[in-house]
Design a protein around this ligand. Sequence first.
Ligand code: ARG
Ligand code: ZN
Length: 879
Amino acid sequence: MRTNQPQTIYLSEYRVPAYLVDTVDLRFELFEDGTRVHSTLAVRRNPESDAGAAPLELDGDSLVLESVALDGKALSEGEYEDRGDKLIVESVPEQFELSVVTWIEPQNNTRLEGLYKSSGMFCTQCEAEGFRCITFFPDRPDVMSRFRTRVEADKSAYPVLLSNGNDVERGDLGEGRHFVTWEDPFPKPCYLFALVAGDLVEKRDTFTTCSGRDIDLRMYVEPRNAEKCDHAMDSLKRSMRWDEETYGREYDLEIFMIVAVDDFNMGAMENKGLNIFNSSCVLASQETATDVAFQRIEAIVAHEYFHNWSGNRVTCRDWFQLSLKEGFTVFRDSQFSADVGSPTVKRIEDVNVLRTAQFAEDGGPMAHPVRPASYMEISNFYTLTIYEKGAEVVRMIHTLLGPDMFRKGSDLYFQRHDGQAVTTDDFVRAMEDASGRDLSQFRLWYEQAGTPVLDVSDEFDSGQGIYRLTIRQSIPDTPGQTGKKPQHIPFALGLLGSRGESLPLRLESDSQDAPTERVLELTGETHVFEFHGLNECPVPSLLRQFSAPVRVRYPWTREQMLFLMSHDPDGFNRWDAGQRLAVDVIQSLIGAPKDSSIDARLVAAYRHLISDSSLDQALVANMLQLPSAAYLIELAESADAPAIHEARERVLKHLAIALRDDLVACYRRNLEEGDYAVTPEQIARRSLRNTALAWLLQINDEEGRELAQRQFRNSDNMTDRLGALRALVNSDYEEDRERVLEEFYERFQEDPQVVEQWFSVQAASDRAGQLPQIRALLEHRAFDWKNPNKIRSVVGAFAGQNLAAFHRPDGSGYNFLADQVCRLDDSNPQIAARLVTPLTRWKKFAPAHSELMKSALERIRDKSGLSRDVYEVVHKSLA
Ligand code: ARG
Ligand code: ZN
């Protein structure tokens, strides 16, 4: 907690560490009233540093220092300085052993950084800078050490004692206590350290690697969760095989462990050999987890496993390079999800997140490059830009190089930098060296923030049969960055003839055989491309597969949108054309008179989607989703959130009324037979019938109501049960709403992951999630201010998804959020800073709203003792 202004850290001030730590020997004495940490470091001067005989400086946070010894000799108080955030030893030899004993209180750690307790177990979260909450240490990723960890605790309360690597020794200590010693042979930065102690059940499996080694796979969960491990274990084995086959990466330790904990700030953490997961990102059963959760779990298990190479074996030099591991690993996990599921659907999901949330971030006050140049609090930079835009940047390299050269590049990267802490530049250089391609201009993707805009125009010269496409790129200013240079953009496109056929893209230089799809490379501000040999003006299919994270502006007519929606051979662009059409229709209704007409062609297009069962049903299920209010806000110049919400609702109801019989037929056609399985085919069926239900309930359809009630009672899986619950909660049937919410809670109250879903269905609903109801949820006995998932499922869902209630014209939603942020700032600043996000977008909104949002931000700013996390977000937003 602070009163003065936090410092800004700059990439340009990076210096190699003055001292290196070769080995770390840790001993944890875990007690109920605190933990004593004994640490012995083998330290030596860094030969690459020019700091010479500089004082030794170790980072610390909230530690009680008990003793310091150098080469076995206790130091007296004059020989070191304990400044709280630093332990400084003025004069040290070139090489020495430093022993430090600290006392910490995990049981009182509400920030969930460092060592803390979660439902009775001890666990850690060290990334980015949590290790300094455990002991004094050079807490920076370019200091890599071999760790040996001995954990001591009461044997009956904590029978399971875990840390990184292999367990090498265990035994009893008397007085009911025992110990286990772990040794990790791979040097690692301290952010990958982990410790777990608890009364956990163990689930075991084995994986045989490509070279024939048997790996011991273990999951550790609380006994009540023993039956929710299978899906994660299967996902793990699939990930291990996939990384061998796709990237040639084999697992390197003898054991791989996964632990589930209920209180966790983020999704999961890739600690070496000991991944720790938020329970909601790993535990699943058919009865308690939705299809979305199953897929999310598979992706996160894969993500954390893939970090073993992209992150752990090759790590980051400093936190400005965070996207080195996160962007690459998100790219890897999305390739994996595409391979094991539906590639088109995966792309649609990724682009939806990117365009809705990352574009908003990139156009807002917290905009930053994929490789930031400065930060105050690194926790604030675990962002959509670092993760998702970072993944898009890697994806563009993949597109530019092609799969084979990309694989050569990744092989070279892993081989060249194994055991090192490196930069995004090193990554790009490996790609260049392996492929012979020059990516110097491409590097601007890492340096320049902001979403590039492509203005596309075209003309057809019928006399010469030439179609001329002009593409102009510009990149908007972002905080601290103006006058940007053009970037290197891969732009995939195709051209369609009037019967929907793919036309050859014949550039002047081409012979007769021209491809029907090309990836154009944009490098200048303006490009003109001429396609020859055409008999008619084609319809362009632009930016296929969303080949670059950019906004395309082109004057599409509704005819063209409808045409692409049914003819584009690129499934992603078919979906995109449908979205664009829906956006166009909704936008035309914003603020329009209540009786203004709605384009009949939209209804016809949706009817075709719903009723033609020969179409790819997974794609259809996604095409039926109207663009979200959040996306419509992102697209708006000066957003009137309530009017946007209203226009969207109007279109939805209009479609539902017009397609009422088709929806009922669609529901019945997609009633499941056979055993539940999380396959693209079944997911599509469930999605279709739940969309049908949701729409029918929007128009108070009695048959829909009956179907929903029956589904709510009889379904054998959470996707359907929750789908029915959500449809009823969002309907006008008030009594049904109350009853199903109650029944649902009765049935699942013992399951925290389901209760979180129950909270968020209400908090995100404009019927069940008005402010008084939200306040009641905060008082509910299942709510817990110490549990980030509960906070996210009520406060986060309200502010992020319940736009009608959050943007109430009286500003009560904004003030409510400000109150919760202030309240949380003292206990968990990371979560508090995340919750501020919706308010940071204040400039996007129409004046009446933006003024109120701004004053809510100012109220947070004026709270005394603001954390560095919230300080940074609020001050940058108000700047
Ligand atoms: N490295 C983790 C992952 O992406 C995320 C850890 C984030 N931790 C944090 N304190 N922000 O898999
Ligand atoms: Zn990650």
